[in-house]
Design a binder for this molecule. Structure first.
Ligand code: NAI
Length: 339
């Protein structure tokens, strides 16, 4: 019986095809039982079909439930709505989950960070409601916070903490100024926390949180916050552990999950065999945990960490001499030696 799992693979724009080729090769070496179903989205899809997020790719993810997505280019202006934002909204992928974990040997400000950010992915100031009151002079925008959306992201953060035996959830907010909107998020946080007496709950004003993360990031286990704050704080977290090239992410809803690197399509290095595939690889490892393929997860992760610990083998963004392909081949070699 074929027990393979079907996963939609979106190769994306810029460095996307190079880093997805790397993940596919590493998964093949590790004999991960996945059938890749190719999905098409992004700038290239826009040029060919007039739509950066064709209905077909939405249909595929709806059918297969899980996707691994490389970065998609979003041109500035031109009325081009981000395919990433649309995807999160269309599939109701309300949890944006980003672990930030110090990696042995990788140059970073701290060696002992292990935190994960849960960012509310569907509301806040990112709902796209901007209104021009007077051109070039006065614009208004609307942010939305609802009890329902707050409850589910905060609960997801607590559930993650419990499952991974983490001690504390810290909620980031600005309820001192945004008394109703951020205030509602904070209030709901306190209510949900009462269901998890085994986990410490703490709240922190978001600007203080940014400072605390820069000064003493070890104090955080799970951070939960609203959309805009989470966007900024999670990039800050990735900067603490070596940057965008090594930070994975996932967008998870009740029905579907899309795993993706935190970084963009890096057009400045596209097609040059320079891209670091680590962030997409680690996103795909989150996917393996999600699918319950823990043995394959452990095999690939161990191999990747061994290679990353060798400065010669790393890609240029991490100060190494490796290329996308030589880095990938080194991981495959480690896997072959360990399986
Ligand atoms: P970016 O993350 O693509 O690049 C920023 C810098 O980091 C560049 O110097 C790039 O070369 C470097 N970099 C990024 N990933 C790397 C990797 N894996 N290996 C080595 N170096 C890497 O951000 P930027 O330039 O602001 O955005 C480029 C495009 O990507 C834009 O169209 C943006 O909208 C899109 N984007 C897409 C995202 C997604 O699909 N989830 C997320 C962020 C941006």
């Amino acid at each position: 019986m074929d027990r393979s799992v079907d996963v939609v693979l979106i190769k994306g724009d810029g460095i996307g095809p190079e880093i997805t080729a790397s993940v596919v090769k590493i998964f093949a070496e590790a004999e991960v039982p996945i059938n890749w179903i190719e999905g098409f989205a992004g700038y290239q899809a826009y040029e060919e079909t007039g739509n950066p997020l064709p209905e077909e790719v939405i249909r595929q993810i709806t059918e297969y439930k899980i996707a691994l997505k490389a970065p998609l280019t979003t041109p500035v202006g031109k009325g081009f709505r981000s395919a990433n934002v649309t995807l999160r909204q269309r599939l109701d992928l309300y949890s944006n989950v980003r672990p930030a974990l110090s990696l042995p040997g990788v140059n970073s400000a701290y060696k002992d960070v292990n935190l994960v950010t849960f960012r509310e992915n569907t509301q806040g100031l990112y709902i796209g409601k901007e209104r021009i009151i007077e051109p070039d002079s006065h614009v208004e925008l609307i942010g939305v916070i609802t009890r329902k959306a707050s409850e589910r992201i905060i609960r997801a953060a607590f559930e993650y903490a419990r499952k991974n035996k983490l001690k504390k959830v810290t909620l980031g907010h600005k309820a001192n100024i945004l008394k109703e909107s951020s205030g509602l998020f904070l209030k709901v946080g306190g209510e949900i926390a009462a269901d998890y007496p085994d986990i410490e709950f703490q709240d922190m004003i978001i600007d203080n949180m940014a400072m605390q993360m820069a000064m003493r990031p070890q104090q955080f286990d799970v951070i939960v916050t609203t959309n805009l704050f989470g966007d900024i704080i999670s990039d800050l977290a990735s900067g603490l552990v070596g940057g965008l090239g090594v930070t994975p992410g996932a967008n998870i809803g009740d029905d579907y999950a899309v795993f993706e690197a935190v970084h963009g399509s890096a057009p400045d290095i596209a097609g040059q065999n320079k891209a670091n595939p680590t962030a997409l690889l680690f996103s795909s490892l989150m996917m393996l945990r999600h699918l319950g393929m823990d043995d394959k997860h452990d095999l690939i992760r161990k191999a990747a960490l061994t290679v990353l610990a060798n400065p010669e083998l790393r890609t240029g963004d991490l100060g190494g001499k490796g290329t996308t392909t030589s880095f990938t081949d080194a991981i495959c070699k480690e896997i072959a030696a360990n399986k």
